[in-house]
Write a protein that binds this ligand. Structure first.
Ligand code: PTJ
Length: 253
């Protein structure tokens, strides 16, 4: 069955589509095999969170949009899971906030960087960084620390969806403002982030774009007020509380 054959009224439609995209990503050499495992972990947390955008995650998405609109050199980091799951949505977000796209991989291979860059171009990206690899994130071994000097290395704000904890910490140590999308409130990456969005990437990325379009043209002091009012710890706590309360999404699975 391919993605178009999944019946839209299936109770687990979104989850099945997601699995298909990740599977196809592996087949196309875009997503790593570890990406399948990461997806499984994410899916479990999404289930526990009720497969919905919490009000606190929506507030985080708005704070992320304001942060990106205020940024001087924003960069969206794209890995194998992001490229497989939401290529068009990620390209649209970059356009909405005038950010660069940079392929940046945990399990780095030049071949996969090239394939992901091509995939993003096929989905409308005009320029994709990550191919030069002439910069570094200090404190990581070479392969994990490779970035572009005029991309992530020079960025003031970095969106790192589904990032591993060590790299999130190393980017934080470089003084970057980090926006992390991750469904696990216990994971180090959202705990390191200035703006943790505890939501599925598939919902979070278009939601940030919607907020960015809504806020486009807003004066800087209004954007700064949104950023200042956002409480990262409260967002983490709200996601944990939602999991503990257990309003699971799909009793009819
Ligand atoms: O393509 P590469 O080489 O850069 O590798 C990418 C992965 C994601 C495989 C790599 O960064 C990795 O191993 O990540 P982790 O350490 O497994 O962390 C992934 C995090 O993303 C976990 O906390 C998951 O809960 C979360 N996650 C998985 N799928 C989603 C998600 N969060 C939001 N939306 C999802 N769809």
């Amino acid at each position: 069955m391919d993605e178009t054959e999944i019946p839209e009224d299936h109770p687990r439609y979104a989850s099945l589509v997601t699995r298909h995209r990740i599977e196809a990503g592996v087949e196309q050499g875009i997503t790593s095999k570890q990406g399948l495992i990461a997806q499984g972990r994410g899916e479990a947390f999404d289930y526990l969170l009720g497969e919905r955008t919490l009000p606190s995650a929506d507030a985080a998405a708005r704070a992320a949009a304001a942060t990106l609109l205020l940024a001087e050199r924003p960069v969206i980091s794209v890995n194998g899971n992001v490229a497989a799951l939401a290529p068009s949505e990620t390209v649209e977000l970059a356009a909405a906030v005038d950010a660069d796209l940079e392929v940046n991989l945990f399990n780095h291979t030049d071949e996969r960087v090239r394939r992901i860059a091509d995939h993003l171009r096929d989905h409308g990206a005009s320029e994709v960084k990550g191919l030069a690899g002439d910069g570094e994130i200090p404190g990581l071994d070479h392969a994990r620390g490779v970035v572009d000097a005029d991309g992530i290395e020079a960025a003031d704000v970095v969106v790192v969806p589904l990032e591993d904890g060590d790299r999130a910490a190393a980017l934080d140590a470089m003084g970057k403002t980090e926006i992390v999308v991750d469904l696990n409130p216990g994971s180090r990456s959202p705990r390191t982030a200035d703006v943790p969005i505890l939501d599925n990437l598939l919902r979070a990325v278009p939601n940030v774009t919607t907020h960015a379009r809504d806020l486009a043209g807003a004066p800087p002091d209004e954007l700064e007020a949104i950023v200042d009012a956002f409480d990262a710890d409260a967002a983490l706590d709200a996601a944990e509380a939602a999991i503990r309360e257990g309003s699971f999404a799909s009793p009819d699975e």
